[in-house]
Design a protein around this ligand. Sequence first.
Ligand code: ATP
Ligand code: MG
Ligand code: MG
Length: 348
Amino acid sequence: GATIGILGGGQLGRMLSVAASRLGFKTHIFEPGANPPAADVAHAVTTASYDDEAALRAFAATVDVITYEFENIPTSALDLLDPLRPIRPGRRALAVSQDRLIEKAFLTDLGLQTAPFAAVDDEVDLAEAIEEIGTPAILKTRRFGYDGKGQSRLKSADDAQQALTDMAEAPALYEGFIDFTHEVSVIGTRSLDGQVSCFDPGENVHRDGILHTTTVPARLTASQRMDAVLLTAKILNALKYVGTMGVELFVTPTGLIVNEIAPRVHNSGHWTQNGCAVDQFEQHIRAVAGWPLGDGKRHSDVVMENLIGDDMDRVPDLAQEPNTALHLYGKAKVKPGRKMGHINRIKA
Ligand code: ATP
Ligand code: MG
Ligand code: MG
């Protein structure tokens, strides 16, 4: 069987490894941190930094294709790996999703709606953005933000100085605040030969900036659901994407607004493990391995709930709930805000 190299050894890498293993593939994880969650289930692990060229070369030599579980892979590492083995999804998807400004420009070029935005490098830019776009708004670091980190909210222009301080002088993006009714996401996959398959959109609720629950089916009209799936396919095709992607959307009375895209399997797609015959992890492995996609049709209503930090104390009770699948990531240390696992409650 072929070996799939995975950059990143977190829970997403772990669940990708399990899916790969089920299809007869081996996985090799590359991860700088010690004892990554994926190490328990992968066939090989390299613990090395992304600056370690020899380790990257040795990793590439043992794998047939390279994929990843997070988007912030250093460009130098990608430059080194790119000529050695196919990287799927490709470099363009990473370039677009690593920088919120490039991402927003890409999306608007495709004719999709985003929040009004402006690049902010200094206080002059910020004053102009406030003037043009108005408040309320959010200032976000262009790179490396996740779980709502690196964001500062402006209720009014009075919050400008605080927002600048929060950004710690990193290049930022100013976004007008969208008055959405709810948030949904589409998890879509594109195969090597251009086949596209999208899972049913899920409705997402966040708590303290972190995804709390995803519910399927989402509250969407038939035309909104169609729109969500079609715009996801448009993004996948525009990037000649190979693999699974998450597309986060705001639902508003004037249509769907794209918040951000993630070039990887996505937390809001974890419900597919118990709602579909083929889940997002298997679709991703199929795509990067050059296989046809599987049947991702939703067969059940599901509510996915993340288990964060002390939620682990509830595991003995959760383990006894009927129609509930428990997924734990094997992380040794519980920390506040740390994703420890999730549960999928099958509703119907
Ligand atoms: P993730 O962990 O999903 O990668 P992130 O740190 O990249 O999160 P965003 O998804 O950009 O952050 O924002 C986090 C949340 O903040 C969104 O899900 C949404 O609830 C809210 N939010 C972000 N941008 C806007 C906006 N322009 N208008 C209204 N709410 C927003
Ligand atoms: Mg994000
Ligand atoms: Mg997000």
